[in-house]
Design a protein around this ligand. Structure first.
Ligand SMILES: [Zn+2]
Length: 179
C-alpha cells in the first residue's frame, strides 16, 4: 500500500501540540523502499533549503507520516535512518539545549546519555550497527523519541531553568558571544 505519493507531497512541518507528535510511528517494511528513497531525497532537499545553515534532522512524523524513519543532513553526513533500535545508552548523562522544528517557539535543556549503541537499516535496507558519541548520540535519542511519540518538552526536568523562548535564548547567546 502506498503511504506517500511523492508527486503530490507538500512538506509541511507538524507543530506542537498536534496529536500526531504524540503518536507512536510504525515499523517500515522492505516493500516500501521506493517510496522511502523518494521521500528521503525530498526531505534532504527541504532541510538544505529551509533549515538553519542547511542542516537539521526530521522524523517522518514531523511531516505527518507515522513511519519509523528519520533523515539527517549534518555537516559531515547525510543519513536516512530506518527502524532504529536503541540497544543501550551509556557513558553517563549530560544536559544540553535542544531545538525542534515542531516546537518553533522554545528551546529546552534536556538530559541525555552521552553515548548510544544503535542498530538501524540504511536506504538499501542494510543493517547498520554503530556506537555514537555526542552530538550524534543526542540527535539519535531526540529523533527516536519522536518515533515513540515524545518531544523534548516531555523530558524537561525544571521548567524554570530548562525551558526558554527561542527569542530569549538567541538574544542571551548573542550577548554571550559578544563578550
Ligand atoms: Zn524534534
Amino acid at each position: 500500500m502506498l503511504w506517500c505519493h511523492i508527486e503530490v507531497i507538500m512538506i509541511k512541518i507538524v507543530k506542537y501540540p498536534n496529536i500526531i507528535l504524540n503518536t507512536t510511528s510504525k515499523e517500515v517494511k522492505s516493500e516500501e523502499i521506493n517510496e522511502i528513497n523518494a521521500l528521503s531525497s525530498e526531505i534532504t532537499t527541504y532541510i538544505k533549503n529551509k533549515c538553519y545553515k542547511g542542516f537539521g534532522t526530521i522524523s517522518l512524523c514531523q511531516v505527518g507520516i507515522l513511519k519509523r524513519i528519520f533523515i539527517a543532513r549534518l555537516p559531515a553526513i547525510e543519513l536516512t535512518v530506518i527502524n532504529p533500535i536503541l540497544i543501550r545508552a551509556f557513558g553517563g548523562t549530560t544536559k544540553s539545549w535542544e531545538m525542534c522544528l515542531s516546537v518553533p517557539e522554545f528551546v529546552g535543556k534536556v538530559r541525555r546519555h552521552k553515548k548510544v549503541e544503535v542498530e538501524f537499516l540504511d536506504l538499501n535496507f542494510k543493517s547498520v550497527h554503530i556506537t555514537l558519541s555526542q552530538p550524534l548520540s543526542r540527535i539519535f535519542l531526540h529523533e527516536v523519541d519522536h518515533l515513540d511519540g515524545k518531544l523534548f518538552l516531555d523530558r524537561i526536568e525544571d521548567k524554570q531553568t530548562d525551558l526558554m523562548s527561542r527569542e530569549d535564548y538567541f538574544s542571551r547567546k548573542s550577548r554571550k558571544d559578544e563578550q
